[in-house]
Design a protein around this ligand. Structure first.
Ligand code: 4AD
Ligand code: MG
Length: 477
């Protein structure tokens, strides 16, 4: 007999059918009622055990966390809280779970405790819901780009170049750290290393994606990226997944349109397809907000926030306009910002981004035309000679969710920029080739997948939306 899953059965009206189910015990009450879950949905199905005809020794082993197999009949439920239940005829314990030792008891655990038990936290409702939504979002990403004529491009993970020029990279080496080969100057001789040069884990697949966009037209990457920045915040990971579309012939306006349409599309997908998980996460979000000081509480529920994103245009503002708004803002005048805004040209901190989104515009914002000095070398220089065609999408509660730009397609200007910044042309000869042979306007952006999952699930800490977070001093599991 084939095995059913809980999601199917909860929606079934095919009563009296014999079913065969396997899953894990959530709770066992009154020696009779098992709440069984198998991962197919956030909901557990009630399974009623005929305790008079079941061995005492079996009943004792039906504990929270135990894996069981059962046979029974699907019946209409007379009890409150569920429409259907299973009248169990046969039960088998597949794997015991000692209640004295099992950390995930049916009670509220702190997120910190669950992070230390990341291998088991997925068995809670919260993490089950978050990770099912994460999976749905990932599918929605591929669906969106495939539907819109993009090719999925697999960027290399080991690279010899530093795409963002920020230098926050993990090295990849097989040299003996205790006794590396050295050159005449006494420096480590990477020509003896595995790749014959110093290599890193990629911080972004963009530069390689650009080369593919210049032939396939529209491509996107969706893969892991790595940053050795020592940021212990609720929005930074050392290993995170990034989605990077790159489109030939798109200018910055097209790029903004794409980012906005893409984000709206994947959020709509989840609203349509993850109803049970989102209902649970919405209730959780409302409870969490209640524990915050009134001033910091979200005015909207999670589901209202998601609908708000879909129903409203993102406001597009230049960096220069944003600086004026920030300079004249109350927190700047009253010196409430940690970093005060004084001059044009300073980089924005997340407190400024969140002020613009949450207090000033009260909707997602796309900031563009940033000072060249605070952005990467590959961004297209504007005619004013001091700003570049950069764009950041800023979201409530998150700050920057997308960073992108129109790329500098003019070889001479790109070369000058690289030389000003001390970037060796020899390292990026292949990148410069795209500007030598059939160069054209093109644009792209990177969206931090975990920040999107954070926003969509309402989780406050990025460590709770990736299965095994990597952060400074932490690579357990
Ligand atoms: O703004 P970033 O650094 O842009 C790039 O890497 C470009 N090469 C993208 C492109 O144009 N193809 O990063 C893009 C996004 C950020 O907006 C943020 O959402 C996310 O990646 N991100 C991080 N997410 C989690 N942890 C970190 N340490 C992150 N750093 C960036
Ligand atoms: Mg950025």
């Amino acid at each position: 007999m084939t095995r059913s899953n809980v999601a199917e059965l909860l929606n079934s009206t095919n009563f009296s059918q014999e079913v065969n189910l396997k899953g894990w015990v959530r709770t066992f009450r009154a020696n009779r009622f098992i709440a069984l879950s198998d991962g197919s949905t956030i909901n557990a199905i009630q399974c009623v055990v005929d305790f008079e005809n079941t061995d005492e020794s079996i009943l004792k082993r039906i504990t929270t966390g135990a894996a069981i197999a059962l046979k029974g009949i699907l019946v209409e439920s007379l009890g409150k809280g569920q429409n259907v239940e299973i009248k169990v005829s046969k039960i088998e314990i597949l794997g015991d779970s000692n209640p004295e030792e099992y950390p995930i008891q049916p009670k509220k655990h702190s997120l910190e405790f669950l992070r230390e038990n990341a291998h088991l936290r997925i068995r809670t409702n919260t993490f089950g819901a978050v990770m099912r939504v994460r999976s749905a979002l990932s599918f929605a990403v591929h669906k969106y780009f495939t539907k819109n004529g993009f090719y999925n491009f697999h960027a290399p993970i080991i690279t010899g170049s530093d795409a963002e020029g920020a230098g926050e990279m993990f090295n990849v080496t097989t040299l003996d750290a205790n006794n590396p080969p050295r050159n005449e100057e006494g420096k480590i001789d990477y020509s003896k290393d595995f790749f014959g040069k110093l290599t890193h884990l990629t911080v972004s697949g963009q530069l390689e994606a650009e080369t593919y966009a210049m032939a396939l037209g529209k491509v996107y990457t969706f893969g892991p990226t790595f940053r050795a920045e020592n940021s212990n915040t609720t929005r930074h990971l050392a290993e995170f997944w990034m989605i990077e579309p790159e489109v030939a012939f798109n200018n910055l306006d097209d790029n903004m349109d794409l980012a906005e349409d893409f984000i709206k599309s994947v959020i709509s997908y989840v609203l349509k397809n993850c109803k049970d998980d989102l209902t649970f996460l919405n209730d959780r979000f409302i409870q969490e907000e209640k524990s915050k000081p009134v001033m910091e509480r979200s005015e909207m529920s999670l589901i209202e926030k998601l609908n708000f994103i879909i129903d409203n245009n993102f406001t597009r503002v230049t960096y220069t306009e944003a600086i004026d708004i920030l300079k004249n803002s109350t927190p700047n005048k009253k010196k409430k910002f940690k970093y005060l805004i004084e001059d044009w040209g300073t980089d924005l901190q997340s407190e400024h981004e969140r002020y613009l989104v949450e207090k000033h515009f009260k909707c997602p914002v796309i900031l563009y035309d940033y000072p060249a000095k605070i952005k990467a070398f590959y961004m297209r220089l504007n005619d004013d000679g001091k700003t570049v065609r950069a764009m950041d999408v800023l979201f409530p509660g998150i700050g920057e969710i997308v960073g992108g730009s129109q790329r500098e397609e003019r070889l001479d200007i790109l070369q000058k920029k690289m030389s000003d910044l001390g970037i060796d042309e020899k390292e990026l000869w292949w990148y410069l080739d795209t500007r030598k042979f059939g160069t054209a306007v093109h644009s792209g952006f990177g969206l931090g997948f975990e920040r999107l999952v954070q926003f969509t699930t309402g989780m406050g800490n990025i460590r709770d939306v990736i299965p095994y977070p990597r952060t400074p001093q932490n690579a357990e599991f």
